[in-house]
Design a binder for this molecule. Structure first.
Ligand SMILES: *[C@@H]1O[C@H](CO)[C@@H](O)[C@H](O)[C@H]1NC(C)=O
Ligand SMILES: *[C@@H]1O[C@H](CO)[C@@H](O)[C@H](O)[C@H]1NC(C)=O
Ligand SMILES: *[C@@H]1O[C@H](CO)[C@@H](O)[C@H](O)[C@H]1NC(C)=O
Ligand SMILES: *[C@@H]1O[C@H](CO)[C@@H](O)[C@H](O)[C@H]1NC(C)=O
Ligand SMILES: *[C@@H]1O[C@H](CO)[C@@H](O)[C@H](O)[C@H]1NC(C)=O
Length: 488
C-alpha cells in the first residue's frame, strides 16, 4: 500500500498522467493554493460558445473517461452559469478533475456578463494523499441530499475521502441486507430515517464521480447501543450485584455468536463498499459493564487477562482486524486501539482524535511504524466566536519529533463533523468555509501557506464562490459577496 496513489483509486483508471502545466488566467488565487501558480495580467476573454475541455496530449485517458467527461460537464456549467454547452481549452494531469476545479476558480465575469481568464500557469499535486471529511449520521439523520451536497463542496476544496460514520449509539440508519432488524429496530425511524442500499450506492457513485472515496465506519465494541436493539445477545448484559440490571454495555467479546455476527456484517460491508479501507472504530470503550458481568469475568480468567480489561478490548479488536484483513480490506481504527495494545497488524491505519497530546501520539505511532491520520485538531463541530478557521489553518501535521521516515507515515488527516448538535439545518454553514482551512493544509505546500493573514482574502473569495455554487457557507468576517445567499 503506497502512501500516494491508493487514495485516488476510484478515479485512477481513467485519469492519470499529467501534463505539467496549464496555461490559463486568473483572478485572485485559488483555494486550496496550487503547488505552483503563476498569474499574469495578460487577460483574455472566453467565449462559452467556443469553449470546451479536452484531454491533454500526455493524458493516459484520451476519450471516453466517464468520470472526467462528467466533471467537464459539471464544471462547464459552474464556469458559465448562463450557458449549457460549449467548446476549447486543453488540460490534463494526474488529477485532472482537480485541475478542472482550480481552473473553474480562475474564470471571472465583468459587470456586462463577459467571461475572462488571465494567462496562468499551474503545476499541482496534493501534499497528503488522504484528505478526509467525517460526517456522523447516527446522532442526527442527514438526508441523502445533504450528503450529496457535502460531496460536491468537498470536491471544490479537493477533499478526497468521505469518512461515513454511519452508525453509533443513538441510531443505526444503515439498512443492512443481512441484518435488516438493525435498522428496523435501531434507526430513529425504520422507513424515513434509513439509508437504503440504493441510497448508499448513490452516495458511492456521486463520490466516485468527484474523485472521492467512501470509507464506512462500523464502530465497535463501544458506541453500539443502537445495534443491540435489532441484534439480540450482541451486547453485554450489565449486572447489578448478582442479577442483570436490564441495561447493556459494549459488544460482548466473550461469545462466538459475536464473532459470527461481525464476520457476516463485515462481509456485507466489503460487498457494499468497494473501498479498500474499512474503519472499525474501537474508541471509548467503557469497562464498567464488562466488569459487572460474571461470564465476562470468567472469560477474563480463562484467557489469563487478570483484571486488565484493556486486554479484553484488544482481543476483540485484534479478532475483527484479523477478520478484516482476511477479507482483503485495510483497517483504520481510532487511537485507543494503539494506546491499549502492542500487537496491531502493521498495515492498520491509526487515527488520532485526542486533542491535547496529538504531537506526542504522532511520534509514538509513527515510531511503531504505523501509518497515521490526524483528526484531533480538526473537530470542527466545535465552534467559537470569531475566526476559528485560523486554528485549523495553523495545524502542521508533520510538526512532531521524529525522523523523516516517520513524517512520511502521516498519510493525511480528517475534518470531523460530529452530529450531537448538527443536522441538515446547520451542516453546511458549520462545515464551510471552516473545513477549507484543513483542506488547504492537507493539499498545499506548507512553506507557501504559513500565513493565515495572507490566506484570508483568498478564502473570503472562495467562500463567495461557494455561495455562488449553492453551498451555504457562513461568512468569515464583515463584507459582502457578489452573489449572496438569498435566504430562500
Ligand atoms: C488579470 O488581468 C487584468 C487585466 O490585465 C489585471 O487587471 C488583473 O490584475 C489580472 N489579475 C491577476 C490576478 O493577475
Ligand atoms: C503523475 O503521475 C506520474 C506517473 O504516474 C508520476 O511519474 C508523476 O510524478 C506524477 N506527477 C505528479 C505531479 O504527481
Ligand atoms: C485485494 O485488494 C486489493 C486492493 O483493493 C486488490 O487490488 C486485490 O486484487 C485484492 N485481492 C484479492 C485476492 O481480492
Ligand atoms: C490475529 O492474527 C494473528 C496473525 O495471524 C494471530 O497471531 C493472532 O492470534 C490473531 N488474533 C486473534 C485474536 O485472533
Ligand atoms: C511546532 O510545534 C511546536 C511545539 O508544539 C510549536 O512550538 C511550534 O510553533 C510548531 N511549529 C509550527 C511551524 O507550527
Amino acid at each position: 500500500m503506497a502512501h500516494t496513489g491508493t487514495h485516488s483509486q476510484p478515479v485512477r483508471a481513467c485519469l492519470l498522467l499529467v501534463v505539467v502545466s496549464v496555461w490559463v488566467q486568473q483572478v485572485d488565487g485559488v483555494w486550496p493554493l496550487p503547488q505552483q501558480l503563476d498569474q499574469s495580467a495578460d487577460r483574455n476573454s472566453l467565449s462559452p460558445q467556443r469553449f470546451s475541455f479536452t484531454y491533454g496530449r500526455d493524458s493516459a485517458a484520451q476519450t471516453g473517461c466517464s468520470v472526467l467527461d462528467a466533471a467537464f460537464k459539471r464544471y462547464f456549467s459552474i464556469i458559465f452559469p448562463d450557458f449549457t454547452k460549449g467548446s476549447g481549452l486543453l488540460m490534463s494531469e494526474n488529477e485532472s478533475i482537480r485541475y478542472t476545479s482550480s481552473f473553474s476558480q480562475l474564470v471571472y465575469q465583468d459587470d456586462y456578463g463577459s467571461y475572462f481568464i488571465n494567462k496562468t500557469e499551474i503545476v499541482d499535486f496534493p501534499r497528503f494523499a488522504f484528505r478526509g471529511l467525517l460526517l456522523d449520521t447516527s446522532r442526527h439523520y442527514l438526508p441523502l441530499h445533504a450528503i450529496l451536497k457535502t460531496l460536491d463542496a468537498m470536491a471544490y476544496s479537493k477533499f478526497n475521502v468521505f469518512h461515513w460514520h454511519i452508525v453509533d449509539d443513538p441510531s443505526f440508519p444503515y439498512q443492512s441486507r443481512t441484518f435488516p432488524d438493525l435498522s428496523n429496530k435501531g434507526a430513529f425511524h425504520p422507513f424515513t430515517h434509513v439509508y437504503t442500499q440504493s441510497d448508499v450506492m448513490r452516495v458511492i457513485e456521486h463520490a466516485r464521480m468527484r474523485g472521492i472515496r467512501v470509507i464506512p465506519e462500523f464502530d465497535s465494541p463501544g458506541h453500539t447501543q443502537s445495534w443491540g436493539k435489532g441484534q439480540p445477545n450482541l451486547l453485554t448484559p450489565c449486572y447489578k450485584g448478582d442479577v442483570p440490571s436490564g441495561s447493556f454495555g459494549p459488544v460482548d467479546p466473550t461469545v462466538d455468536t459475536t464473532y459470527k455476527f461481525m464476520e457476516s456484517l463485515l462481509k456485507e460491508v466489503k460487498f457494499v463498499f468497494p473501498d479498500s479501507y474499512v474503519h472499525l472504530g474501537g474508541d471509548e470503550v467503557s469497562f464498567a459493564c464488562w466488569q459487572s458481568n460474571p461470564n465476562v469475568r470468567t472469560f477474563m480468567e480463562k484467557m489469563g487477562f487478570g483484571k486488565d480489561f484493556t486486554k479484553l478490548e484488544s482481543f476483540y479488536m485484534e479478532s475483527i482486524m484479523n477478520m478484516t484483513a482476511a477479507l482483503n480490506r485495510t483497517s483504520i481504527v481510532w487511537q485507543d486501539v494503539f494506546d491499549y495494545h502492542e500487537r496491531i497488524p502493521q498495515d492498520t491505519v491509526l487515527e488520532i482524535w485526542k486533542g491535547e497530546t496529538y504531537q506526542a501520539e504522532l511520534s509514538r505511532m509513527t515510531k511503531a511504524g504505523h501509518r497515521v491520520l490526524l483528526s484531533a485538531p480538526w473537530y470542527i463541530n466545535h465552534i467559537s466566536y470569531g475566526q476559528d478557521w485560523r486554528n485549523s489553518y495553523a495545524v502542521q501535521p508533520q510538526n512532531f519529533s521524529g525522523t523523516e521516515e516517520q513524517k512520511k507515515l502521516v498519510i493525511g488527516g480528517e475534518v470531523a463533523m460530529w452530529g450531537e448538535y448538527v443536522d441538515a439545518t446547520n451542516l453546511n454553514p458549520r462545515l464551510w468555509p471552516r473545513a477549507c482551512a484543513a483542506a488547504e493544509r492537507l493539499w498545499s505546500d506548507e512553506e507557501k501557506t504559513l500565513n493565515a493573514d495572507l490566506a484570508f482574502p483568498r478564502l473570503e473569495k472562495f467562500r463567495c464562490e461557494l455561495l455562488r455554487r449553492g453551498i451555504q457557507a457562513e461568512p468569515l468576517f464583515v463584507g459582502h459577496c457578489k452573489h449572496e445567499y438569498d435566504g430562500l
